[in-house]
Design a protein around this ligand. Structure first.
Ligand code: NAD
Ligand code: UDP
Length: 314
């Protein structure tokens, strides 16, 4: 039985990861400060004696004997990471330093949840891991983008300088059940608006694109990455290459919910990337032919059912 620490474990992705790691017979320490996560996401795991909950902020040092660390703690939605940009940078940079220090001390393997945002508003399409990106270092998104880029650098240098066993994955837009209803990201916003019959708010003209991955496919990729041999460090893209414009997404959600909502257009936020799509050839190669398996329609239907339940609870 492995002892595994998941930082940000009460968040959207973290809660799915904790659930899967427990199912595989591991002992899981779920660490979170509940900034965007919630106990509700992991309530169903609380009866499991191999599940432990720790209220802690990763910008402060933490110590525990563990075999593996998944470092997910960081707000991921633009409205939340822009709420306190300095804190966001510290969570990525000081938080990563603390977790890498822990990994070194207890000789644990550590995986960093990095992001497609390290590519910024990309000039190369689709984005391979070899692309260095196009990031505005002082823009609205920089607290997140540059924080995550610095964390990648810290990971690589702890590996080179101190022999820490690292894994870096770059996660592309991921959605699924347990997204926060007030998360602010596009899929949760559109579904909640459609179910409530409210206007669907497209920022810009809706021609910008994203590639949406269902959370189960991501969790599978994360675990496969952690289990690669020590020579594999990444970074590796984990995402679904299916690419949709935001307007197409809005129309699809209206169709699947049967909503009478109207689409309205609002101003595009600063530095909003125009296109995004992962090149996943490396993931296929090093993660035993890993491939996303859940089509957009199938995944959206699961999330629609989830938000219907949440809204019914009031
Ligand atoms: P989320 O906001 O649901 O989860 C983040 C979790 O981290 C929350 O539970 C939050 O309370 C916790 N947290 C934040 N700051 C913390 C701190 N200082 N100390 C301890 N806990 C803290 O977001 P998510 O979508 O589940 O994202 C999880 C990770 O995956 C993040 O690191 C994010 O950057 C990365 N990621 C997500 C996506 C995506 O599309 N969902 C894409 C790229 C990368
Ligand atoms: N978006 C939108 N309406 C919303 C929320 C988001 O049009 O209510 C757009 C946003 O401007 C961006 C895309 O949808 O172009 C994806 O936004 P999200 O915040 O989900 O992720 P990110 O921009 O970080 O990829």
């Amino acid at each position: 039985m492995k002892k595994i620490l998941v930082t940000g474990g009460a968040g959207f992705i973290g809660s799915h990861l904790c659930e899967r790691l427990l199912k595989e017979g591991n002992e899981v320490l779920c660490l979170d400060n509940y900034f965007t996560g919630s106990k509700r996401n992991i309530l169903h795991l609380m009866d499991n004696p191999y599940f432990e909950l720790i209220r802690h902020d990763i910008t402060e040092p933490y110590f525990a004997e563990v075999d593996e660390i998944y470092n997910l703690a960081c707000p991921a939605s633009p409205i939340h990471y822009q709420y306190d940009p300095i804190k966001t940078i510290n969570t990525s940079v000081v938080g990563a330093t603390n977790m890498l220090g822990l990994a070194k001390r207890v000789n644990a393997k550590i995986l960093q949840a990095s992001t497609s945002e390290v590519y910024g508003d990309p000039k190369i399409h689709p984005q391979p891991e070899t692309y260095w990106g196009n990031v505005n270092p002082i823009g609205l998104r920089s607290c997140y983008d540059e924080g995550k880029r610095c964390a990648e650098s810290l990971f690589v240098n702890y590996h080179k300088q101190k022999d820490v066993r690292i894994k870096i994955i770059r996660i592309f837009n991921t959605y699924g059940t347990r997204m926060n209803i007030n998360d602010g990201r596009v899929i949760s916003n559109f579904i909640v608006q459609a179910l409530k019959g409210e206007d669907i708010t497209i920022y810009g003209d809706g021609s910008q694109t994203r590639s949406f991955q269902y959370v189960d496919d991501l969790v599978e990729g994360m675990i496969r990455m952690m289990n690669t041999d020590d020579t594999v460090t990444g970074p590796v893209n984990i995402g679904n290459p299916g690419e949709y414009s935001i307007l197409e997404l809005a129309c699809e959600i209206i169709r699947l919910t049967g909503s009478s909502s109207t689409i309205i257009f609002k101003e595009l936020p600063e530095d909003d990337p125009m296109q995004r799509k992962p090149d996943i050839r490396l993931a296929r190669e090093i993660l035993n032919n890993w491939e996303p398996t859940i089509e957009l329609e199938q995944g959206l239907l699961k999330v629609i059912a989830y938000f219907k339940e949440i809204l019914a609870e009031g």
